[in-house]
Every structure is written in C-alpha cells, then in structure tokens.
Design a protein around this ligand. Structure first.
Ligand code: FPP
Length: 249
C-alpha cells in the first residue's frame, strides 16, 4: 500500500522546517493542455490554474515559506489569440476583486512585477488597489509577474541607471550587483531559492533571469491545474535532497 503524503495544514514531518526555500517561484505551464485533454476550452484550464495557485499560496503560508512568485503573463503571451489574451486580463481582474478580502484576512502582501503600463486600465486599477491595501501586511510576500520579461526588466534597469549616471547622481564605479538589483522590478524581494515548472518543459522562458542565478530548478510533468500539495511536497523533498553550493566546493 502506498501512503499518501500529508495534505494537512501541518508541514509534512519528513521535511526539515529549517531548510525550506525562503522564496518559491512557479512557471504555471500546461493549463491549455489540461483543458484540451478533457475536451474543454483552453480558458477553463486557466480558471482551474487559479485554484491551484490559490491553494499553493495558502500552503506556503501554512508550511512557513515566506515568499511566492507566480509567472502569470509574459511579454511574449500577447502573441496568443486575442480572445485568450482578453480572457486572461479579465480573469486577473476578477481574481483580484474576488480574493482581496481573503488576502487581507490571511495577511498576504501582493505585488505585481512587469511592464504594468501596457495592461488594460481597469486591471491596473485593481492592481494598484490590491497592492495599496495589502502593503502593510506582514505575512507571505506574493508576487505576480504580469506582462513580465526578464530581458526587458534588465534593459529597463540599465536605462534607469544610465539616467542616474547622466544626471551625475550615480558614478559608473558605484554600479555593482547590489545597486543593480535595486533597479529591478523585484527590488527588496529576496531571490528565489526554488523554481518549479509544471508540464515538463525544461526552460526558464525569460522568467527572473537575474534573480534565478542560483535557484534550484524542479520540473514536474504534472499539468499546472493538477499541481497540488502532494506535488509541492515532492518538489520540496527534492529541493531538500540537493546540495546547494553557490559555485563553491
Ligand atoms: C500557461 O499555460 C499559463 C498561463 C499563460 C496563464 C497562467 C495564469 C493563471 C493561472 C492565472 C493567475 C491569476 C492571478 C491573478 C495571479 P499554457 O496556456 O501555456 O498551457 P499550454 O502550454 O498547455 O498551452
């Protein structure tokens, strides 16, 4: 008989609470395939994907992982059919409206990263509202990457620093890794320790390129809507079995 891992709010006993990743990032891939395999429209996969993300956020809070970042929409995703892009934008807006109260109750602090200026205005309003209302919360840091591209993030940081240099506010010699990181969208958020990608693709897909330098990467064949605590437990177990060397011996 196989024993099903614990699904309770408690951290499974075979995980070491002192060696949990302090920041988990997720590439939520496979929503479309999940829907297709059930004869459903792709958008149903995204809807179920939100449920999986919501449970993961709650799980991180319960198990003591202080930061979660989710890749919701990349700068490349605009190339999808207009209908799907519009659905996703409306979905983000609706989820923010629907979940704000619960995020407040659960002390979640939400932040969006990416080129937000290009998002629909009504979505930008909901983003601003949810960020402002949760800004004083001290629980889990939940970061959502929307219209996010890692290369674009680095380029905009370079532009911002170049402007500072041009104005004489920063000297070129003062530019080091820590100064550079302050100009990224993720300023103030620690780098991810663990990247989880669902649906089997072995790619980073332009996600957190700078921040991911020493992240452990875990890829599962599970499609995102099926990613649950059992899967998360497996990812954490795998993570704790690794020897992180950060380039040293
Ligand atoms: C990738 O699956 C998934 C997306 C592009 C969208 C993910 C977004 C959510 C789950 C909503 C999150 C909402 C908030 C507010 C944070 P895919 O469509 O590429 O799947 P496929 O590879 O099977 O086609």
């Amino acid at each position: 008989m196989t024993v099903k891992p614990s699904l309770s709010p408690e951290l499974p006993t075979d995980l070491d609470k002192n060696r949990l990743p302090q920041h988990v990032a997720v590439i939520m891939d496979g929503n479309g395939r999940w829907a297709k395999s059930r004869g459903l429209p792709r958008i149903m996969g995204h809807q179920r994907g939100v449920d999986a993300l919501k449970d993961l956020l709650r799980c991180c809070g319960e198990w003591g992982i202080p930061a979660l970042t989710a890749y919701a929409f990349s700068t490349e995703n605009w190339g999808r059919p207009l209908e799907e892009v519009e659905f996703l934008m409306t979905l983000f807006e609706r989820v923010l409206q629907r979940e704000l109260e619960e995020m407040m109750q659960e002390n979640v602090k939400i932040r969006f990263i990416g080129n937000l200026a290009a998002l629909p205005e009504s979505l930008r309003r909901e983003i601003a509202k949810s960020q402002a209302e949760t800004s004083k919360n001290s629980g889990i840091q939940f970061t959502v990457a929307a219209n996010y591209g890692g290369r674009e993030e680095i380029v905009q940081a370079c532009q911002a620093i170049a402007r500072q240099v041009q104005q004489g506010l920063v000297s070129p010699e003062a530019i080091d890794e820590s100064l550079f990181a302050q100009y990224l969208y993720t300023a103030g958020i620690p780098n991810p320790d663990l990247l989880i990608r669902s649906s089997g693709e072995m790619r980073i897909s332009n996600f957190l390129l700078w921040q991911m330098a020493y992240a452990e990467i875990y890829v599962t064949d599970t499609l995102w809507p099926d990613f649950d605590r059992v899967q998360f437990h497996r990812a954490l177990k795998d993570y704790q079995g690794r020897h992180r060397r950060f380039g040293k011996l």
